[in-house]
Design a protein around this ligand. Structure first.
Ligand code: ADP
Length: 393
């Protein structure tokens, strides 16, 4: 091998490695070596161990047979043979390509793809017409197949790393959750225990107003505890797919008006601005949908204290869009991708009570309605949670 060949290969190696996306890397690989090895189409078939079939994961047409790109059926039979034998297979065949404007032969060559040490797929080149493959061509093609296997392995590793990161984050969240939840459970329990012990003291007589005040605190804290336990159970049921939904025709506008009345009674100091278009009913679980709106509302009150809260509902094509907006501090952009995850709380939020379950529950409920929920937030301006539901019954 001479220096210029090595320099040439080194340059290609660098270019291919720099491409983050595996398909773009493969494109670069095939195009760069096309001057040395001419082919019309290339396809990669990966074996599905469960179904014992193979699936086309990559197909490119660079030459005359451009129409054959989409299905890559032309190489299927050969890919099966390669997968059976575990070695290179050459096939020269006379096929009728009249539909492509000429009658010619197709030369195919297929290589096994070993990922790790496992035979995982096949890479097949086809050349329509033209000369058969020379020894040099076959060696270049084999090099490309070897390289392609390495790129697929790199893709698999990248995917595994993303999954691992997510599992690790989930484990960290779960750890945080244990400390959050013990705090969240202890606080109301502490109040209940403290105030009931005070009321029971033999040596003190409380006047009626104080007694009522203490009982009110006990009552509120017991509610908080019940909500917390309900959230935990709910999130566990959603996680295990055992939460039952009862679907019927639901009037979203009525649900939101009810919620507003409830919130006005509980928090008379908060200004709620309603802007609701007349809407057709949707198919949904009224109780669960109320729970979602309740949650978003409670969050707005918790995280944007004192802010006006606007509810805007529009019918957009075959969907209904509900937006709940506050004018709070907002959520830093870096945290937005995670806030619907189970147990996730924005770091530094420790002074506000919460478990990180609320938005997870909301998302699962909306997904069970085949809807969509997302957040838009601008620091210093406010946060909007948007829900889209299909309006078909
Ligand atoms: P929790 O409120 O129990 O912490 P959620 O799942 O309801 O859990 O919310 C997750 C996180 O999203 C919260 O910890 C909070 O930081 C952030 N968040 C939710 N709603 C808002 C909002 N309206 N404004 C600012 N931050 C919010």
């Amino acid at each position: 091998m001479d220096t210029s060949t090595l320099t040439f290969l080194h340059k290609i190696f660098q270019e291919v490695q720099q491409k983050q996306d595996w398909k773009t890397a493969l494109d670069t690989l095939f195009v760069s070596l096309r001057g040395s090895f001419i082919f019309d189409n290339v396809a990669i078939y990966l074996a599905e161990s469960k179904t014992k079939t193979s699936e086309v994961v990559y197909a490119r047409a660079v030459g005359r047979g451009k129409t054959a790109e989409a299905d890559a059926v032309w190489g299927e039979a050969l890919s099966h043979e390669v997968l059976e034998k575990g070695e290179m297979v050459l096939m020269e065949s006379k096929v009728d390509l009249r539909q492509m404007g000429r009658m010619t032969s197709a030369n195919l060559v297929g290589f096994p793809l070993f990922i790790g040490s496992k035979l995982s797929g096949a890479l097949v080149f086809v050349r329509f017409g033209g000369p058969t493959y020379s020894e040099l061509h076959i060696q270049i093609a084999a090099l490309q197949a070897f390289w392609a296997a390495a790129l697929i392995e790199r893709r698999d590793l990248q995917e595994a790393r993303v999954e691992l990161d997510s599992v690790q984050r989930q484990m960290r969240l779960q750890d945080d959750f244990v400390s959050t939840i013990s705090h969240e459970l202890r606080t109301p329990l502490g109040f209940i225990k403290g105030y009931s012990t005070s009321l029971l003291r033999q040596d003190t007589v409380w006047d009626e107003a104080t007694q009522r005040e203490f009982l009110n605190i006990i009552d509120e804290e017991a509610d908080r505890l019940a909500r917390l336990i309900e959230d935990m159970l709910e999130s566990a049921r959603l996680q295990s797919n055992t939460l039952q939904f009862k679907f019927s025709a639901v009037r979203i506008d009525a649900l939101l008006r009810d919620l507003t009345v409830r919130m006005n009674t509980l928090h008379p100091e908060i200004n709620i601005l309603l802007d609701i278009q007349p809407l057709p009913p949707v198919r949904g679980d009224a109780m669960r949908l109320s729970q979602v709106f309740d949650n978003l509302f409670t969050n707005a009150i918790k995280y944007a204290p004192g802010s006006d809260i606007s509810i805007n509902v529009r019918s957009i094509g075959d969907r209904i869009r509900i937006a709940i907006t506050d004018k709070g501090e907002g959520i830093p952009e870096a945290y937005l991708p995670f806030i619907f995850e189970r147990f996730y709380r924005v770091p530094g939020e420790r002074t506000v009570p919460g478990t990180g379950l609320g938005l997870y529950i909301c998302k699962q409920i909306i997904m069970a309605h085949h809807g969509n929920i997302w957040v838009e937030s601008v620091m210093g301006t406010g946060t909007t949670f948007i829900i889209e539901l299909s309006n078909s019954l």
